[in-house]
Design a protein around this ligand. Structure first.
Ligand code: SF4
Ligand code: SF4
Length: 355
């Protein structure tokens, strides 16, 4: 049974984080190139894990000063995270250039096309994962994840951060290609908001509604979030399995590419939407604390269980109800945990040790 360590929010300070992370303190070679995988937050987002907290985790883990770096990959949609110069400038504006922090670099190159490929075991549906090029030379990595809701995955924690977060653009495209949205024409008001956010011009207005060209769409999900009428949908029941399976398989590939020292999930600002959104929405529950483990499936299962058990800040959610499933009944995020266990990424059985 995997151990997941838990630091309650009341003890979330430098001393508490030191205690939580003591078993995972760096003992490797100080010449190792060590990545700290973070999400510096979309422009306008306010729930991402702050630079100050990242600094405290790095200090608690005693990571080597010289060769540690912060990193993340570019995204499929428009905005300031689509290429390296824009992303670095955004990360700096969110504090990830502050003195005392390692440098932030973009893991998949200038435009998201620098790749490192990993062949997956035969029992996986994905044969080759197209990951970020920095993994070719990264000796070890620390995953710092924000546990929160997610538009396509139900919720996002360590598995999503590993699977989608380490993928180069082609890898993200492969994972998203199973999720093709369509417009429910009877709901469409022809406002045009979706057209302006689609970075690949897959949407046009024709007849009495917007239409999505599936041969052009990358499945990034941006238009679903932006449609004020809720007219853009996904045939989730058919597509959930493939999306979650691919994400879990990419997560497995990332663990094969480098030595992951520890997974750290922050259960604070648990918003309905993720850090890729400029407006993530108000928290679903009060802040819970921080978890640490060496198993991405166990830590996400423990995170979900803690959020489920927490009192909801929304009146219509029942006691001990899955908050994420409540807001998106057609997106069962537990499928990523099941897929992860099926392929050997980790275990859903865990022992929670409160620090
Ligand atoms: S149509 Fe929607 S999901 Fe497809 S690429 Fe455009 S914004 Fe992304
Ligand atoms: S954003 Fe929604 S309502 Fe507006 S045009 Fe697109 S599909 Fe129609």
């Amino acid at each position: 049974m995997k151990t997941v360590r838990f630091l309650p929010v009341e003890k979330m300070n430098t001393t508490g984080l030191g205690e939580l992370l003591a078993p995972y303190r760096f003992t490797g070679n100080s010449n190792d190139l060590t990545a700290v995988k973070i999400h510096p937050g979309e422009e306008g987002n306010s729930s991402y894990i702050s630079a100050e907290l990242v600094k405290q985790v790095i200090g608690a883990l005693n990571l080597p000063e010289r060769r540690t770096f912060l990193t993340d990959t570019t995204v499929l949609y428009g905005g300031r995270r689509m290429n390296a110069p824009d992303y670095i400038s955004l990360a700096h504006s969110h504090g990830f250039g502050m003195p005392g922090l390692p440098p932030f670099i973009v893991a998949d190159g200038l435009a998201g096309t620098d790749e490192y490929t990993v062949a997956l075991p035969d029992h996986c549906e994905t044969k080759v994962a197209r990951l970020a090029a920095v993994l070719a030379r990264t000796d070890s990595a620390v995953m710092i994840s924000h546990f929160k809701g997610h538009l396509l995955a139900g919720f996002g924690g360590s598995i999503k951060h590993l699977g989608m977060g380490w993928a180069a653009k082609a890898g993200k495209l492969y994972q998203h290609s199973s999720v093709m949205p369509f417009v429910a024409s009877s709901k469409c008001t022809m406002c045009g908001a979706c057209i302006s956010v689609c970075s690949v011009s897959a949407i046009t207005m024709s007849g009495s509604s917007a239409n999505i060209d599936k041969t052009v769409c990358t499945g990034c999900g941006e238009c679903i979030q932006r449609c004020p009428a809720g007219a853009i949908r996904i045939s989730w029941n058919q597509e959930a399995h493939t999306f979650m399976q691919r994400m879990a398989e990419y997560a497995l590939a990332a663990t094969m590419a480098t030595d992951i020292l520890v997974y750290v999930n922050f259960l604070i600002n648990i918003s309905p939407d993720c850090d890729c959104m400029s407006n993530e929405g108000p928290p679903l529950v009060k802040d819970i604390g921080v978890l640490a483990a060496t198993d991405p499936v166990a830590i996400d299962q423990a995170s979900l269980d803690l959020v489920t058990a927490a009192g909801s800040l929304t009146e219509d959610v029942g006691e001990a109800e899955d908050k994420f499933l409540h807001i998106r009944p057609d997106r069962d995020g537990r499928e990523q945990l099941r897929a992860g266990e099926r392929i050997g990424l980790g275990s859903r059985t865990y022992k929670l040790v409160t620090v």
